[in-house]
Design a protein around this ligand. Structure first.
Ligand SMILES: [Mn+2]
Length: 370
């Protein structure tokens, strides 16, 4: 059996709305021609209450699929329990099978696939939600078992703590786990954990330069193949300057755009400008003419400002920790020796001011007099 795994179509995404429709349409039609079933791991829509035009696009795109579609909702579609989310509406109008905390079996040519779907939940509840969903899950005999989720993954989030971890996912009884939410194509756990990534650019990050597409998974070979779809090229450029003039910056930006657009006329281009400017120029002084689908991230001369802020911040932290250190030291040295009052309290009061110190001493003097 061949399973197509798609995710994060973000239909109606305002910045690249036409791309969101055309690229999703390509992905769904290409996938339905190659696979026996299509899985959609959430964020089919970009917002919870899409415009009617977007809904019409979605219905048209999914109605054309010649194979069944199983889907879950993503965080962009999540609404309160008693409200209708757009994927539910799509499910009712285009025949998608929407799974939230339940499983469905698809059978073809004597082969069975069981998909357990869990729509997006807030990250802090993800572990608990998976446990709860697993309690109600009964494994179908002889079926290839698959879990479909739409969550962050602890190991992929810097400083992540409450997200689902790869370890707990690996321990679950599935042949394959597929995830949405993360827009970058990713393969983990030796091919047992797949993230297809979004079909449209939404974040203008370096990682999004990779081709857009979907995974085609073969249950017999237990292998996934990434199938790229026709999509608009995206370039992320970093230009570094040193003591540059406004003309220097404008020239190099213009050159870079021309170079990229020569090979890819419709390319989306994000340009990060970094480094220093001549004399008293600041980043905001550099005016760059606007081009369609070119996004400038101007960080010229912000380094010095950033460094200044950093100095102030670390200075504050250093003095704070010095104060804490001194308090601790004083406490340790006077412990058991000074009995009338707490020496570290006096130190603290002295730092606050003479009034506070006197007040404190007077209060303790009265106390010791009885
Ligand atoms: Mn998304």
């Amino acid at each position: 059996m061949k399973i197509a795994i798609l995710s994060d179509l973000h239909l109606g995404y305002a910045r690249f709305e036409a791309d969101s429709y055309s690229q999703a349409a390509s992905a769904v039609s290409d996938a339905s021609a190659k696979a026996d079933i299509l899985l959609c791991a959430g964020d089919i829509f970009d917002i919870k209450i899409p415009r009617l035009e977007t809904l019409k696009w979605a219905v048209d795109i999914f109605r054309k699929s010649s194979v069944p579609v199983f889907a879950i909702h993503g965080n962009h579609e999540r609404r309160a329990r008693d409200m209708i989310n757009p994927v539910q509406l799509l499910s009712a109008s285009a025949g998608l099978r929407l799974l939230h905390g339940e499983s469905a079996v698809f059978e073809k040519g004597g082969e069975k696939l069981q998909v357990l779907g869990m729509g997006s939940v807030p990250e802090e509840y993800a572990s608990m939600a998976v446990k709860k969903v697993m309690e109600g899950f009964r494994r179908e005999d002889g079926a290839f078992s698959l879990l479909m989720i739409h969550q962050s993954i602890r190991e992929l989030v810097p400083g992540g703590k409450e997200e689902l971890s790869l370890e707990e996912l690996e321990a679950l009884p599935f042949d394959l786990i597929v995830n949405g939410h993360i827009h970058e194509t990713t393969t983990m756990l030796g091919g047992k954990f797949l993230i297809p990534g979004s079909t449209v650019i939404t974040q203008l990050k370096k990682e999004e330069m990779a081709p857009r597409g979907y995974f085609l998974y073969d249950t017999l070979a237990r292998k996934a193949e990434f199938v790229s779809i026709p999509s608009r090229r995206f370039f992320y450029e970093e230009l570094e300057f040193k003591e540059a003039s406004e003309t220097d910056v404008r020239e190099r930006v213009r050159e870079r755009i021309a170079m990229r657009r020569q090979e890819n006329p419709g390319a989306i281009i994000a340009i990060k400008l970094d480094g220093t400017l001549k004399g008293g120029l600041i980043g905001a002084d550099v005016r760059i003419e606007s081009h369609a689908d070119v996004f400038i991230d101007n960080r010229l001369n912000v380094e010095s400002l950033g460094a200044k802020l950093e100095k102030i911040r670390s200075g504050r932290e250093a003095s704070l920790s010095m104060r804490e250190g001194a308090l601790r030291e004083l406490k340790a040295k006077t412990e058991g020796k000074v009995t009338l009052f707490d020496a570290s309290d006096i130190f603290d009061k002295l730092l606050s001011g003479p009034e506070e110190t006197l007040e404190y001493l007077e209060k303790h003097n009265k106390k010791s007099e009885g």
